[in-house]
Design a protein around this ligand. Structure first.
Ligand code: ATP
Ligand code: RIB
Length: 307
C-alpha cells in the first residue's frame, strides 16, 4: 500500500436548496432546485483524499438509517476504507440544511446526530487505520475529545497531524502541541488569534503567528487564494484559480484533503498549496459536497493549465 491518510470526522446528508439569492433575516426566497448529497466535513475530506489518490480510511459514526446507508455506499464507491465507521442504532445520521445563492455563496445549518456520539474509544479502536497512514486529518464537527485522541494516537504512530479548524471552536490550552499543521479560513484564523484577519497581508501575518504556535499554518482566503507558513520561515502565497463559481460548499474540504495528500506524498510547501488551491477550484465549479469533489487528473490538468 502507498501513502495514506486517516480522516477523523463528521458525516451528513446535505439537503441543499439553490436560490437566486440568500434570504435576509425573516425573509422567504423561493428556489426551484433541491440537491440531496452526501456530505459532512469528515466524509467530504475522506472522499476528496481518496479521489486525489491517497489510500484513505475514515473514522466516524453514522446512524442505522437510510442516510447512514447512503453515506457508507458512497464512501465505499469512492474506495474509502469504512471499517472504522461505527453504525449507531440509537442516533440518526447528521444532516445539513444548506442554502446556496446564485454567486455560489452559502449558509449552512447542521443537525449533529451521530457526529456528537463519536468517542475517543471509537478512535482508539481504529488504530489499524493509523498504523497504515502518513497523515491524520481532523476537523471540529465531532467532539473535541475524539479529535484529541486522534492526534494522540497519530503522534504515537509518527503521523503528520493536520487540524482543519472548521467550524471554529475554542481549543483547550496545550492543544497546539498535538497538532503539526493547522488549516483555517479567515474567520477561523481571526477567532484563533483574536485579531481581524481579512485579505492577503493580514493572512500572511496570521499564518506566521499560527505557524509559531502549531509548526505549520495555512490561511485560506476564498477567491483571493491562500497563504502557508512554517515556523521560522516566511509566508508563501498562491492566488486562487479563476473558475466559474457554481457552489462553494466543501471548497475548504477539498483544499484541506489535498493539503493532507500533498503532505503524505512529500510535496514541497508551494507545490502542495497550489495543488490544494486547484482541488478547491475544481470543487467550486460544481454543485454538491461529495458529488462535486475533484479527481486527481482534473486537479493536475488545472495546475498544468497555468504553468
Ligand atoms: P467553504 O466553507 O466554502 O468550504 P472555507 O471557508 O473553508 O470554504 P475558503 O477560504 O472560502 O475556505 O476557500 C478555501 C480555498 O478554496 C481557497 O483558498 C481557494 O483556493 C478555493 N476557493 C474558494 N472560493 C473560490 C473561488 N470563488 N474561486 C476559486 N477558488 C476558490
Ligand atoms: O464543509 C461543507 C460541509 O459542512 C457540508 O457538506 C455540510 O454537511 C457541513 O458539514
Amino acid at each position: 500500500m502507498g501513502v495514506g491518510v486517516a480522516v477523523v470526522g463528521s458525516a451528513h446528508v446535505d439537503y441543499t436548496v439553490y436560490l437566486p439569492r440568500l434570504p435576509r433575516r425573516g425573509e422567504t426566497v423561493i428556489g426551484d432546485r433541491l440537491g440531496v448529497s452526501p456530505g459532512g466535513k469528515g466524509a467530504n475530506q475522506a472522499v476528496a483524499s481518496s479521489r486525489l489518490g491517497a489510500p484513505t480510511a475514515f473514522v466516524s459514526r453514522v446512524g442505522s438509517d437510510s442516510n447512514g446507508e447512503m453515506l457508507l455506499r458512497v464512501l465505499r464507491e469512492n474506495m474509502v476504507d469504512t471499517r472504522y465507521v461505527v453504525v449507531d442504532d440509537e442516533t440518526p445520521t447528521g444532516v445539513a440544511v444548506i442554502m446556496v445563492g446564485e454567486g455560489g455563496e452559502n449558509i449552512i445549518a447542521v443537525y449533529r446526530g451521530t457526529d456528537a456520539k463519536l468517542t475517543p474509544g471509537d478512535v482508539d479502536r481504529a488504530r489499524d487505520a493509523f498504523s497504515d497512514a502518513e497523515v491524520v486529518l481532523a476537523q471540529l464537527e465531532v467532539p473535541l475529545d475524539a479529535v484529541e485522541e486522534a492526534f494522540r494516537v497519530g503522534g504515537e504512530y509518527g503521523l503528520v497531524r493536520v487540524l482543519n479548524t472548521a467550524p471554529y471552536r475554542p481549543l483547550p490550552p496545550g492543544f497546539e502541541e498535538l497538532v503539526d499543521v493547522v488549516i483555517a479560513n479567515e474567520v477561523e484564523a481571526s477567532q484563533l488569534l483574536g485579531v481581524k484577519v481579512e485579505g492577503r497581508e493580514d493572512a500572511e501575518r496570521a499564518a506566521k503567528a499560527l505557524a509559531e504556535r502549531f509548526g505549520e499554518a495555512v490561511v485560506t482566503l476564498g477567491s483571493r487564494g491562500a497563504v502557508a507558513c512554517r515556523r521560522g520561515a516566511g509566508p508563501v502565497y498562491v492566488p486562487a484559480y479563476r473558475v466559474r463559481v457554481v457552489d462553494t460548499v466543501a471548497a475548504g474540504d477539498a483544499f484541506a484533503a489535498a493539503y493532507a495528500v500533498g503532505l503524505a506524498e512529500g510535496m514541497e510547501l508551494e507545490e502542495r498549496l497550489r495543488f490544494s488551491a486547484a482541488a478547491a477550484a475544481v470543487k467550486v465549479g460544481r454543485k454538491g459536497a461529495i458529488t462535486g469533489l475533484p479527481r486527481r487528473s482534473e486537479v493536475e490538468a488545472l495546475v498544468r493549465s497555468v504553468e
